[in-house]
Design a protein around this ligand. Structure first.
Ligand code: FEO
Length: 165
């Protein structure tokens, strides 16, 4: 039987992951409405990933004989002042989620719940990836503002170099 503090913390994190899905779905709708279907596609897949994260926790709690409790999800914003503003919010949100995952890990640590600590390793690794991806897009959008798109085009060309050359 899972410890009640750990159970409560996992239930809170299920809600947090579903809020992430909601936030990115709102961003996807925003980009659909502003005629950037590629941006919309990226956020839609991001939203789907967040549902998967929530379901990983949902399944884990059930596997441990715990009781899932679904909490209310806040309404996300509906529009953003610029493309950069949306990605900056996505990055800030991921940094916040990283902190929430660490708090959850600390709860598992304090309760000597080793199985939950092992399960959360996946989330800790995932957050490194999530922050890296969001940071890269934020920085590239800033580059476009400062130096135009040519530098990104050149970067793409350079990235194609094979080990033979
Ligand atoms: Fe569920 Fe974007 O981390």
């Amino acid at each position: 039987m899972i410890n009640s503090n750990v159970q409560e913390a996992i239930n809170q994190q299920i809600k947090n992951e579903l809020y992430s899905a909601y936030l990115y779905l709102a961003m996807s709708a925003h980009f659909e409405a502003t005629n950037l279907p590629g941006f919309a596609h990226w956020f839609r897949l991001q939203s789907n990933e967040e549902v998967e994260h929530a379901m990983k926790l949902f399944d884990y709690l059930n596997d441990r004989g715990g009781r899932v409790e679904l909490y209310a999800i806040d309404k996300p914003p509906n529009s953003w002042a610029s493309n950069l503003a949306a990605f900056e919010q996505a990055l800030q949100h991921e940094q916040k989620v990283t902190g929430l995952i660490y708090k959850l890990y600390e709860t598992a640590l304090n309760e000597n719940d080793y199985a939950t600590q092992v399960m959360l390793q996946w989330f800790i690794d995932e957050q490194v990836e999530e922050e890296k991806n969001a940071t890269q897009i934020v920085e590239q959008l800033k580059l476009i503002e400062e130096r135009g798109t040519a530098v990104l085009f050149l970067d793409k060309q350079l990235g194609k170099r094979s080990g033979e050359e």
